[in-house]
Design a protein around this ligand. Structure first.
Ligand SMILES: NC(=O)c1ccc[n+]([C@@H]2O[C@H](COP(=O)([O-])OP(=O)(O)OC[C@H]3O[C@@H](n4cnc5c(N)ncnc54)[C@H](O)[C@@H]3O)[C@@H](O)[C@H]2O)c1
Length: 329
């Protein structure tokens, strides 16, 4: 049987590179497009065809799309920092909406009919609900989330006018690293709690700043639902198979349905390290929500799926192991 061709944008980034590794293990032909604006070519699997190129470069992307017939596109390329998006909203509109739109129009012109899009739980905004389902109202409170919602809406509209199939995956907080340590978070400017805490644990940062301890949560710090990046990769593999078998368009939350506060994460790291990492309380960050936990019933039922890495300990252990070898990469 002929191998299916999958195009992955942002495959030199944190999540995209994990998904590429898994899809190659599963026997797919993978092509990666990445401009390396935040990614690294060291994270790209050697078995993938790799093009350093911006997704909005119509000419270069057209050439790639002409060379192979892609059965499905996985679109990870985008910018992800909420704090930066507040300072530079136009940049986020450009990268996460405009460039994505140019890219996808190019795909449509080359007869691509199936796409999986990396969206975010942050588009639910502040909510009083204990757990958020896909049916919940979306109310983005920062430009990053607004730019993601704009592309979601564009995809839904295009799918109707052009008979396309999409899967929108709304990730909650992605964390951890590959067990085989092929990939993990590389950004030196990451705002992800577990990444920053691991940098403190390995001596790369002096202190962890807890952004706000006056939230209306049991210990005053914000609560997040952390999903291991390897489980998220598995979700992409399942969705790609589903679209390849002509599955219908869907929106799915990607999380575990359990929340941890910032202090709970710090305590879990201290327990693993058997020492206390230094932290101090800082001001709240603009654009941060109080609590966000996924209702994951839809995906889990739809595919009778169970995560394999649903443990904060596993997430932290792999993130720590990655942080330790990162300099050598
Ligand atoms: N990490 C998370 O917790 C999280 C949560 C929700 C959603 N997401 C979404 O998942 C996707 C991947 O996130 P990540 O954490 O792997 O980030 P990342 O920064 O590690 O990866 C993004 C990749 O896209 C590339 N890229 C960006 N703009 C590009 C462009 N115009 N053309 C070509 N390449 C481009 C970057 O170089 C990078 O390799 C993003 O779309 C992000 O919004 C991530």
């Amino acid at each position: 049987m002929l191998k299916k061709n999958i195009l992955v944008t942002g495959g030199a980034g944190y999540i995209g590179s994990h998904v590429v590794n898994l899809l190659i293990e599963k026997g797919y032909n993978i092509t990666v497009i990445d401009s390396l604006i935040t990614g690294s070519k060291k994270l790209v699997n050697k078995k993938a065809d790799f093009f350093i190129c911006d997704v909005s470069d119509k000419k270069k992307v057209s050439k790639i799309l002409k060379k192979k017939k892609f059965d499905v596109v996985l679109h990870f390329a985008g910018l992800i920092r909420v704090d930066e998006s507040i300072k530079k909203p136009k940049k986020y509109f450009l990268f996460n909406f405009k460039k994505s739109k140019i890219f996808f129009e190019n795909c449509i012109n080359h007869n691509i009919k199936k796409i999986i899009f990396s969206s975010t739980a942050s588009l639910y905004g502040n909510t009083k609900k204990k757990k958020i389902s896909e049916k919940n109202e979306v109310k983005p409170i920062n430009p990053y989330a607004k730019s993601k919602l704009k592309f979601e809406n564009y995809l839904v509209k295009k799918s109707k006018s052009h008979n396309l199939k999409f899967i929108i995956l709304r990730y909650f907080n992605v964390a951890g690293a590959d067990k085989k340590l092929r990939s993990g978070l590389i950004s030196k400017y990451s705002t992800h709690l577990i990444k920053v805490a691991c940098e403190v644990a390995t001596g790369k940062r002096k202190i962890l700043i807890v952004n706000g301890s006056d939230y209306n949560t049991p210990d005053g710090t914000p609560i997040r639902d952390y999903i291991h990046v390897s489980d998220l990769a598995d979700i992409h593999y399942i969705c790609a198979k589903y679209l390849l078998k002509d599955g219908s368009s869907q929106i799915f939350n990607c999380g575990y349905g359990k929340g941890y506060s910032v202090f709970e994460v710090i305590n879990a790291i201290n327990k693993i390290l058997k020492r206390k990492i230094p932290y101090k309380i800082g001001p709240r960050r603009d654009g941060d929500v109080e609590q966000i936990i996924a209702d994951t019933k839809k995906f889990n039922k739809f595919f009778s799926w169970q995560p394999k890495n649903n443990s904060l300990k596993k997430i932290i252990n792999t993130a720590l192991a990655w942080e330790k070898i990162l300099e050598k990469k």
